[in-house]
Design a protein around this ligand. Sequence first.
Ligand code: NAD
Length: 475
Amino acid sequence: MFINGKWKEAQNGAKFDVLNPATGEVISSVADAGSQDISAAIEAADKAFPVWSSLTAYQRSHYLYTAWKIMMDKKEDLARVMTMEQGKPLVAARNEVQYGADFLLWFAEEAKRVYGQTIPSARPDQRFIVLKQPIGVVGAVTPWNYPVSMITRKLAPALAAGCTVVLKPAEATPLCAMEMFKIFEEAQIPAGVINLVTAFDPKPVGDEFVSNPIIRKLTFTGSTKVGKMLASKAAQHMKKISLELGGHAPFIVYDDADPIHAAKGAVLVKFLNTGQACISPNRIFVPRHMVDDFTQEFTKRVNAMKAGNGMDKGVRIGPLVGPDAIAKVENQVKDALEKGAQLITGGTRLTDSPLENGFFYAPTVLSNVTKDMLIFREETFGPVAPIIAYDPEDDVIEMANDTVYGLAAYVYTKSTSRAMNAFERLKFGIIGINDINPTSAAAPFGGMKESGIGREGAKEGINEYLETKLGGFSI
Ligand code: NAD
């Protein structure tokens, strides 16, 4: 753990193992925080806050810029640790490191643009001034699927705003978090400003984040279930929260779209990170008369994807995070097949050597998927693509909006008016129009409905870490 500028073991000496999901091998063991460690980290962040928040924006910006430069130098090392610990193919890991570094650079700039306001008053003797100030100590919880970029997406704006932080990474990926903290250490970010607490059981840390009065803000990325539970507890203490939660993205192909182009895009985004992405399409809507052409092209591309250890050249499908993830996928596929879906390819766990000790599931395509199936409602978080046929009389936007989630949606059409109509009517925070990568450090990322609260990245991202203070001056 990294607490008050020093690397530490847990005070009670406890540790937990970290596995390589491609081989099932133990690759390291790391400190398992107890309550004393969590308190020490929060205390360190509290002590560091007055100093860090009184630095100039230019000084804080300089630290972030330095960290960005170091991160770019260490891109390859970070990517390798990520592939070993999380399983994604090395090429994808490199892309993620770049995406993660982008947040450091973006918020190094945004630090200098935390503007207030002056507001005209109706009273001649009165002046209004609005000031933006850092909210205080932040508790951050990050997931395993993007184990580097989810850290910088939270820490960069928090630090830019003048907040200090205690971070708890996912128990499956503490090594990536440790590598990131070595970068912050090398950038000489002052002791106590950022603290890393690794823990096998996330609950005690989560409970402390939502109940300790020193923590003024909780930022969480993970499942909707845990997000809701933390939000309800945080409400008891009126803490500011931002939540990036689950998704159930629709991918709509209109009848004027090129089925080949649409299938190519759909495969790329569906199997990104082996389907373990919150913006992963979970329902692919295709006009009934185009389903055969689309499915054929889609399946051809799926069958060309090689599964394996992400370190091996040419691998496109890495392992799932663990046995529970496999069980969830198996259950959804079984349920769909029982209710009349057609298995086009895949549909099994991959256990042939050398994959037998990893958590691999074959990239899978299901067609004839209907509303009554589990996969139509429940987030899959795995490599299964469900294709749903729709008819001209169906309102496909209404079908797409029929979910409790509201993170990402995709639309393929050549018609500008259809694109605009879909963009305006879809109840999702991020819409890709003929575009499968509508994300960037410069663009606001976040969801509606049960996909979360708040936005990360962009100019909105820093606001999540700021309070607005009004001054009324009688002169
Ligand atoms: P999860 O909610 O169990 O875990 C995510 C993080 O929350 C981990 O760090 C975990 O240790 C922590 N956590 C779990 N229980 C906790 C508790 N009681 N208190 C505090 N922290 C706790 O989710 P998961 O199933 O491991 O991860 C996948 C989920 O995350 C998916 O549902 C996915 O959609 C979501 N996700 C969302 C985004 C986004 O940006 N919206 C990004 C990545 C993942």
